[in-house]
Design a protein around this ligand. Structure first.
Ligand SMILES: *Cc1c(COP(=O)(O)O)cnc(C)c1O
Length: 397
């Protein structure tokens, strides 16, 4: 028997995905102007859509202070990162961003990474080994799951947002070090982790609590400090957290912030930190400007919260059963994949771009429209989306 060819294998897998409505396609954006973008349609023709699937929650990605900082530093220092941080790639712009984030969050230390995905791999790989355990929420981001795989530690998952489940999993693995990891705001559900309860569990079990603030940083808490701040917890209760720069902060990259000893260990030993080129300094300068705006511009969070409330009230009026969420992530369950795709296609014909999220990104049977709002939306945009959602629901029943 000849060995199975990879081309044959992937062709068969694609057919199976097609039969299950799980083919993934990329859409090409030609131009972006705030929440309006010109996108190439299925028919090949470009058209303008209102974006309700991006993560630019505060509308910072196109702010002049942010893009201007990027242009200025790129003009002086170049486009690239040149080398890894431990060779000669570490730049004053990286240092300034790390200091700003540490000051913003009120923690001793911060370390900049090329992406949130790499940062989560780094934290778990550098801190945990084969005799240790990582206890995680079942709905945590894929990068946290992959980090545990890279670490080679035991991975134990608990039912979503269930602190007692976390306690049971920690009790069942009493030997070795333990990291309790959770998303602060869950990326596909928009709900907030029970951080106060998880902090108690972590303390009782001598586990380190690690919170991924990808969708909370800039959005929740005083001055946008995130879900940890909103829960009234400090750096003692949460020794390490992840802030990503590509969502509410409108840039690219990520920062791990917290305990100085833990952060230094990452800088000296984490493989996803050491064996990669530093983020271009110009991108760090852009994020520095964005963090300053996020700290200062309370009106962005206030406007966003008002839009979220307007959307939820309108959805209730229209009989659209949203998941419970007070964050800018507002999912509408659709049951099966075909219905989610049909709804998204119908919304697009009405000028609204909403992502149909299907397994394996969400659990089986959990297909949904993941609607996201931004401070860059207007009230009229939200109203237009509500009308389009109601009409699409009626058209696909
Ligand atoms: C987006 C996301 C990441 C990854 O961050 P990137 O900077 O996009 O790589 C990590 N965790 C969560 C919860 C996310 O939503």
């Amino acid at each position: 028997m000849p060995r199975e060819g990879l081309s044959d294998r992937v062709a068969a897998l694609r057919e199976r995905r097609a039969a299950a409505h799980r083919v993934r396609v990329r859409r090409t954006v030609l131009r972006r102007d705030g929440v309006r973008c010109e996108v190439i349609g299925e028919d090949g023709a470009p058209r303008w859509l209102l974006d309700f699937c991006g993560n630019d929650y505060l509308g910072l990605s196109q702010q002049f202070a942010v893009t201007g900082a990027l242009q200025d530093l790129a003009a002086r220092e170049g486009a690239g990162g040149i080398a890894s941080h431990l060779v000669c790639g570490h730049h004053a712009a990286h240092e300034a961003l790390e200091r700003e984030v540490a000051d913003w969050l009120g923690v001793p230390a911060a370390l900049l990474f090329g992406s949130g995905y790499a940062a989560n791999l780094a934290v778990l790989q550098a801190l945990l080994g084969k005799d240790d355990v990582c206890v995680q929420d079942r709905l945590n981001h894929a990068s946290l799951i992959d980090g545990a795989r890279l670490a080679g530690c035991a991975l134990r998952r608990y039912p979503h947002a269930n602190a007692e489940g976390a306690l049971r999993q920690l009790r069942a693995a009493p030997d070795g070090a333990a990291l309790l990891a959770t998303d602060g705001v869950f990326s596909m559900d928009g709900d907030v982790a029970p951080l106060r309860q998880l902090a108690l569990v972590a303390r009782a079990q001598c586990a380190t609590l690690y919170v991924d603030e990808a969708h909370a940083a800039g959005v929740l808490g005083e001055d946008g400090r995130g879900s940890i701040d909103e829960a009234g917890l400090d750096a003692g209760a949460v020794p390490l957290r992840l802030v990503t720069l590509g969502k509410a902060l409108g840039g690219y990259g990520a920062v791990v912030a917290g305990d100085a000893g833990l952060v230094r260990h990452l800088a000296e030993t984490a493989r996803p930190y050491i064996y990669t080129t530093a983020l271009p300094p110009a991108l760090a300068a852009a994020s520095l400007a964005a963090v300053r705006l996020a700290r200062r511009d309370h009106w962005r969070r206030e406007k966003l919260a008002a839009l979220v409330q307007r959307f939820r009230e309108g959805a209730q009026r229209h009989g659209l059963p949203l998941l419970p969420s007070d964050t800018p992530i507002q999912p509408l369950p659709c049951g099966d994949e075909a219905r989610a795709l049909a709804m998204a296609a119908s919304l697009e014909r009405k000028g609204c771009w909403v992502a149909a999220i299907r397994p394996p990104t969400v659990p089986e049977g959990g297909a949904r429209l993941r609607i996201t709002l931004s401070a860059a939306h207007a009230e009229a945009d939200v109203d237009r989306l509500l009308d389009a959602l109601a009409a699409s629901r009626d058209a696909t029943l």
